[in-house]
Design a protein around this ligand. Sequence first.
Ligand code: MN
Length: 701
Amino acid sequence: MSEADLLFSETAQYLKPEDIEQLKNAYVFGQGAHSGQFRKSGEPYISHPLAVARILSKLHLDAPTLTAALLHDVVEDTDISKTEISERFGEPVAELVDGVSKLAKIEFQTQEEAQAENFRKMLLAMARDVRVILIKLADRLHNMRTLEAMLPIKQRSIARETLEIYAPIAHRLGLNNIYQELQELGFRYSYPTRYKVLVKATKSARGNRREVVGKILEAIKQKLTEVGLDAEVNGREKHLYSIYTKMVDKQLSFSEVLDIYGFRVVVKDIPSCYVALGMLHSLYRPIPGKFKDYIAIPKANGYQSLHSTLLGPFGIPIEIQIRTAEMHRIAENGVASHWLYKSSDGDFNDLHLKTSQWLQSLLETLSGSTDSLEFLEHLKIDLFPGDVYVFTPQGKILTLPRGSTAVDFAYAVHSDVGNCCVAVKINGENAPLRTKLKSGDRVEIVTAPYAKPNPAWLGYVATGRARSHIRHFLKTIQYDESVKLGERMLNQALLSFNINPDAITAAQWEKLVRDSGVKSKEELLAEMALGKQLPAIVAKRLTSPVESIASEQTAGPIIIMGTEGLTVQFAKCCRPLPGDQIVGLIKKDHGLVIHTYDCANIAQSQRNSENYLDVAWGKDINRVFEASIKVTAANKQGVLARVAAEIAKAESNIDDIAMENEGDYMQMHFILQVNNRHHLAQIMRGLRHLKEIAKISRVKG
Ligand code: MN
């Protein structure tokens, strides 16, 4: 039977007759379009799309996907248009072909920047319709299978790209068979010499292994039969690439890697998995710390299994995987098992949902990220999850890459939660937001309506999603805030010249904007808030040729509410609190910095400069501020605990603590979260009552 006939007869088992008819039409049409074109191997070109369609038919993909696979190079390599495909085969097929053609145009270049940009486009296409990437992966797989015909230099670059980009995507989608084959072929052509050496070494080792494998296999089967378990048991051959990476990553010798034997047990249902596990643990002693329950907590790509490592006969380590038949299908075919075994079972829908969620979050990352290189970095992290599984307070499991912090968690829950997070409780205990999460942590994010992302978070977040949300937020919000603050600063300056801000005409503004070389009034206002323009000077220029119009209002201070965000900062030297008398200083490129009136860092001369701004606290300020206090206490056991308890009693949190011993006494520096000056006074009063406390003072400057 010809390849084409094989495709039609295989698909006839699950597609409708009219679908087969369309496939035949597409085949004939593609053959005509590609006539006269040949592969590097010398075969007629149509052999390639046909092979791609057959790879996909093995996954039982739908008719539009297979039709598009047959036509996937037509738009790119012949003069057939997308419109013509749409007219002949329908819009969905045309869209798929178009999606694949756009990916095909991507010529991966040596410069990392260009490659990152291309990768971005590829994922964007994939996020729209995952079938596009399935066709692309099948296309790449067939090209890898026929790579022999290419020049060695070309082989190597295609193979590297396969290892770096296509194999991880296949893995992430759970397409295990395609993933393994892409890796093996990628390895073979990237490192031809190492590949040959390993092929030879495994061949000669196989003879010795066979006997051992047979013995263990027999023992496992017998043990499972004892309890009447109907199980399929197989010895697993290690893939060359995984042997190679284990040797490199774990610095093991070939025989050390090969000395691990792998077995897979497939049973009918989940309870049987755990029964089988118990039996195998009684057959051979399990190695502590090696058991993983991916049934209770599936991997991000939907993979489920029980993993354990046992100490077999002669001290041989045995890796076992135990799973149900359904889990096995998902393990082999991932996202495609949705098509492969249509089922009303929740697991499959769940997997499909998870995949689209992943794609969705990638898409969000894409739209927020402007720098391609940076994006590629994030994506690499996202594609190689170190798998940290954590729980929401409701018991929902979230999967995060290793190294993720509480802030990453908050953004994984929802961007609004991330943007408003102020604190976190991990397993019921308060912890810093930068805390790296561990599997099994129960994470509860505390949010506050006034809270905003802190630029410092960018220093430790691990997920692309969190990073791009934070950047996006900072960029847009900071600008809006700057404009608002700039306007308040300008109004104050105008009023101090006895000019009513409302009397400034649009024409006056237009002239000023033109003269200043900025794009808009908003830009000018924002520059003022950032200290690039001085309000007093702008006010003068704005009104200079025009007669000043007296205002009834008088110039009052700029009111600070603490909700201004990044444009208003509170000086770290004196940590001003509501209730303190305050002054504002415009710091170039930083915006307005608030100090206490008596801050030691503000020289008297500065108070008269144009950078100085009259500010005052607003009423009903509803947020916490940081206050710094110094406590001298007798160096006795448990004193810190008593101090901390007293602070907690006054409903304050400790943000930071530093201690020095000085003989009989100790100096403690606290950064506390307080509402205002009154609140701090209350805390300090409480502390003074402790008999160990010798001295206590607030630190300013
Ligand atoms: Mn192709």
